[in-house]
Ligand binder design. Structure first.
Ligand code: ATP
Length: 235
């Protein structure tokens, strides 16, 4: 479904990605792991048109989307949940979800999908009238995912959903990610520093190091790889 070939991205003189290639098959969860500054967020930003690719290609559903403007990529049902979540702090939970649905015209679908998000994250239902900025980091992460689901995506990019969240809540959010993949048929590219959990929920993984893919393989194989264990799993 998504194919990235030999992607290069620079920020001025800084080369952030030099030759990243990866594939995300339809219906799968694929994870991209790597240390701070490896280029994980940059990869997602390039996929969603927020930074320009200097060279290389990104194909989605058989079509070239490299360097299309971000709104054109969103309109093809790719949705990016950025690191740091970026919920609208002054709006309530309900209003944030409504903002996610701003391109949707079918009111019945919006109501049904909002119910789905509230079933997935009952905590959001309990707090539907609370200002998003006053919620905990984990609750805001749920909201960011919920808001993304209201845009009716087919391809979801999640940038470090575990960042700054208590371990118990992280586990629960990852379980919901698996549910979303199964129940909504969503294809997911998950970027994570928490390699353990990310490899548990994904079928295939890539290890990014200083802008290059160092290793790739089925998640279970990566998890068993001594190099990965030493560098990313704290073994
Ligand atoms: P983290 O896990 O810390 O978020 P990451 O793997 O997502 O890291 P990126 O944020 O993609 O890494 O950064 C890759 C490299 O590009 C880093 O060296 C970073 O300093 C650099 N970089 C990122 N954004 C910019 C920018 N706007 N201007 C200049 N350099 C940048």
């Amino acid at each position: 479904m998504l194919e990235v070939d030999n992607l290069h991205v620079s920020y001025g003189a800084i080369k952030a990605l030099h030759g990243v290639s990866l594939k995300v098959p339809q219906g799968s969860i694929v994870t991209l792991i790597g240390a701070n500054g490896a280029g994980k967020s940059t990869t997602l930003r390039a996929l969603s048109g927020l930074v320009k690719a200097a060279s290389g290609s990104i194909r989605y559903a058989g079509e070239e989307i490299t360097n299309l403007p971000a709104h054109k990529i969103v309109s093809r049902s790719l949705c990016h949940v950025p690191e740091g979540r970026m919920v609208f702090a002054n709006l309530t939970v309900k209003e944030n979800l409504a903002m996610g649905a701003y391109l949707q015209r079918d009111k019945a679908w919006i109501a049904k999908q909002t119910d789905y998000v509230f079933r997935l994250f009952p905590r959001l239902k309990e707090r539907e009238n609370q200002a998003a900025g006053t919620m905990s980091g984990g609750e805001q992460q749920m909201l960011a995912i919920g808001r993304a689901l209201l845009s009716n995506p087919k391809f979801l990019m999640l940038d470090e959903p575990s960042l700054g969240i208590a371990p118990l809540l992280v586990k629960s959010i990852f379980e919901r990610i698996v549910e979303i993949n199964r129940e909504q048929g969503l294809t997911i590219l998950l970027v994570e520093q928490n390699a353990n959990l990310a490899l548990d929920v994904s079928s295939y993984g890539y290890v990014l190091e200083t802008g290059k893919i160092l290793l790739e393989g089925p998640s279970a194989e990566l998890k068993a790889n001594p190099k990965v264990q030493e560098a990313y799993l704290g073994a």
